[in-house]
Design a binder for this molecule. Structure first.
Ligand code: SUG
Length: 452
């Protein structure tokens, strides 16, 4: 067969590497798993390895897979900003004894959920043809609001070429512009290289309290934040859809839309209760998508309840186009263990949709904090020129997998309790680990401790 050169397009998944302080402090009100596992003992080492196994498996399936580095924790710079003084040891001691809640928050390894690192729009959708990145401000949770500056620096070190990539500052740090990044953003397209429909899902209107909103748990993302991201990225109105999440499901633990819906190419997989005004919104999506028919796969409440979806993370799965063109679901083992969800998935792959396979992964360490397979990854659709401009040291390979496993074995603890977070050694261990990691991933000095 004759070979011809054409532009290729990929969806690259950049997974968050779990940081050395991974723990269960119960920090996320509205996130059922985080609250119900509060104070359990974690295993940073197995958490990191579970994540690496998933990355390696996707690489082995022929996907392009990347790695996103964790953040520096405990976050000494924030503690100093909050008035704790002295040398690093004194700052830690004072914060841990005088303000344990603040201290636990600055120890969180929550940057591992890279679906919340940023919103990304591929070049095919943006006015200037560049790939746009806006780190999420994550204002709703104090421990997460510490992430955007470092996420921005890490993304710039990975996508460091202004010809192809444009980086924005995160939105103003205020609940009116609460932004949770790609967890509330889905892109449908006929091909990764063609302009797609970018769907922004939000929980409430910041400037209009007469509109529906949840009453029990917080709506983390606002309509106004979603609109601002679309403006920054130069998206056209013809290719953008805004959908409000059903406030009732937020009140049942759906703190991000990716807990109740996931999309890829021409498939939107969602729960019947996920959205408000569902029928009209699906029509708008189809109309903006164009002639080609979309597969709207709606899961009914009598097939899978919202409670089962929240417990198993059926929708926090990765819906991936495999190299052979079929789609596969990357699901947590919790889906396999729940008879109703397992039966649903078994039936789904027999239907006439692009989804042909389900692969189960054990990511329990992350799941116990409410982070499934899809939370752990940031999707970036790239063409081959753009991919060639990405820092190659962050792309998964057999040797990087081996190197990162050795690195985890060398630096990570087997067990970590919330009480252990007070151990002053943890800061030194984390810094030593991250310093080495920036060399492995060739990131330069992205952490505050490296810049001091
Ligand atoms: O923001 N959990 C995270 C989970 C984020 C999941 N991401 C997506 N759905 N995309 C959160 O609630 C818990 C941390 C603790 O309790 O220690 C936490 O932050």
């Amino acid at each position: 067969m004759e070979e011809f050169v054409s532009t290729q397009h990929f969806e690259v998944n950049f997974d968050g590497l779990v940081g050395p302080t991974h723990n269960y402090a119960g920090l996320s009100f509205g996130n059922v798993a985080s609250l119900s596992n509060a104070k359990a003992v974690s295993s940073p080492r197995s958490a990191a390895k579970q994540g690496l196994q998933k990355m390696k498996a996707l690489h082995d399936m022929g996907m392009v897979q990347g790695v996103l580095a964790p953040h520096e924790r405990p976050d000494i710079a924030t503690l100093r900003r909050l008035g704790f003084t002295g040398n690093d040891g004194e700052v830690l001691y004072k914060a841990a004894t005088q303000a344990p809640e603040i201290y636990q928050a600055v120890c969180s390894a929550s940057s591992m959920w890279t679906a919340n690192a940023a919103t990304v729009s591929p070049g095919a959708d943006t006015a200037n043809g560049k790939v746009h990145f806006t780190p999420a401000n994550l204002t709703n949770k104090f421990h997460r609001s510490l992430e955007p500056m470092t996420s921005g620096r890490i993304l710039q070190a990975m996508f460091n070429n202004s010809r192809y990539f444009e980086h924005h500052l995160h939105l103003p740090d205020n609940e009116h512009f609460g932004d949770e990044g790609a967890a509330n953003h889905t892109r449908l397209c006929s091909n990764y290289g063609h302009a797609g429909v970018e769907i922004f899902t939000f929980g409430r209107y910041a400037f209009d309290s007469s509109k529906p909103a949840p009453t029990k748990f917080p709506a983390r993302q606002t309509f106004e934040a979603s609109q601002a991201i679309a403006r920054l990225h130069g998206l056209s109105d013809e290719n953008t859809v805004y959908i409000q999440q059903n406030p009732d499901v937020i009140d049942q633990g759906v703190f991000h839309n990716d807990v109740i819906a996931v999309g890829n190419q021409n498939v939107l997989f969602y729960h019947e209760q996920a959205f408000l005004d569902t029928e009209a919104k699906l029509r708008e999506i189809q109309q903006k998508f164009g002639d080609q028919a979309l597969h709207f796969i709606e899961v009914k409440t009598n097939e899978v309840s919202v409670a089962d979806a929240v417990q198993t993370y059926l929708f926090n799965t990765q819906l991936l186009t495999m190299p052979d063109g079929t789609m596969a679901i990357i699901a947590p083992t919790e889906c396999q263990d729940n008879p109703r969800v397992a039966a649903y998935l078994e039936d789904l792959v027999k239907r006439d949709t692009p989804i042909q396979r389900v692969h189960f992964f054990d990511v329990k360490q992350s799941m116990r904090n409410g982070g499934g397979p899809a939370c752990l990854r940031l999707r970036v659709a790239l063409n081959d020129d753009e991919l060639a401009a990405v820092n190659p040291a962050v792309i998964m390979s057999d040797s990087l997998f081996e190197r990162l496993n050795q690195w985890v074995d060398k630096h990570y603890r087997d067990e970590l309790s919330v009480a252990d977070l007070r151990d002053p050694q943890l800061l030194n261990e984390s810094r030593a680990a991250l310093d080495e990691l920036t060399q492995i991933l060739k990131l330069g000095s992205v952490y505050p401790f490296q810049q001091a």
